[in-house]
Design a binder for this molecule. Sequence first.
Ligand SMILES: NC(=O)c1ccc[n+]([C@@H]2O[C@H](COP(=O)([O-])OP(=O)(O)OC[C@H]3O[C@@H](n4cnc5c(N)ncnc54)[C@H](O)[C@@H]3O)[C@@H](O)[C@H]2O)c1
Length: 252
Amino acid sequence: MDYRGKAVLITGGASGIGAAAARLFAAAGASVAIADRNGEAASALAQELPGAIACTVDVMNPDDCLAMVDAVRKAFGRLDCAFNNAGITEVAPLKGAPLPETHELPLDIWRQVLGVDLDGVFHCLRAELPLLLESGGGAIVNTTSLQAHISYPRTAAYTAAKHGVLGLTKTIAKEYGGRAIRCNAVSPGVVDTPLTNQVIHQPEYKDMLLAPIPIGRFAQPEDVAKAVVWLCSEDAAYINGAVLAADGGYLA
Ligand SMILES: NC(=O)c1ccc[n+]([C@@H]2O[C@H](COP(=O)([O-])OP(=O)(O)OC[C@H]3O[C@@H](n4cnc5c(N)ncnc54)[C@H](O)[C@@H]3O)[C@@H](O)[C@H]2O)c1
């Protein structure tokens, strides 16, 4: 695919799925902005990719998201594709404590997960849409999850946030589709990234997690990133408001 002359913004771009997408977009000729809370990792990746920039951003903070899009405007003068992908689960803020039942979920964990995974996508969208409109349109992809469709016990915050992102995606598709902005979601299955790799390879989880995946392996970040690059491309010009599962058949 040819992304020469296109500017692409990726949140959570320093690791996992976002980093794989940054590499693929850059290889296709795009100017890529790698936005991440981990500014050091974002800068290290930006140095590897010709023409890329790094932005340190906490998507929970609406002002950070406005500053991130300002940096894109200054560097590239336009925005063609936004991949709103930064995300966390309950696992990291619980710092190794077992996942509690929903009635015992600490409020601060609920707020943190919703703050990054749902508010964060909204903060990014409200910052990106004006520049996408100014640029004559473009494509947005939001990262959801299996958990935008199904749930597991003790994952109330993540499941609620990802269901919310799906709703947000559909609203943007309806509201801005007539102004040449397409908005879709990608729904990864179980992907081998730093978000999951401390859990999915443990013997007590591995077989259980693999069992519902007809393809018989966990996804690599590139499996999902390729779907994102396609959704943003002209080849997907009539795809709007859709959710593309990159889950090896899990949801089937
Ligand atoms: N790995 C999986 O199995 C899986 C499955 C379904 C959905 N997802 C989703 O895919 C997306 C990417 O996850 P990944 O697996 O690549 O994880 P990852 O941990 O490798 O990457 C996530 C990136 O987001 C950044 N980030 C976290 N909070 C942030 C914040 N507040 N502001 C800015 N950046 C922030 C992190 O620093 C990290 O670089 C997430 O939205 C996640 O929910 C992952």
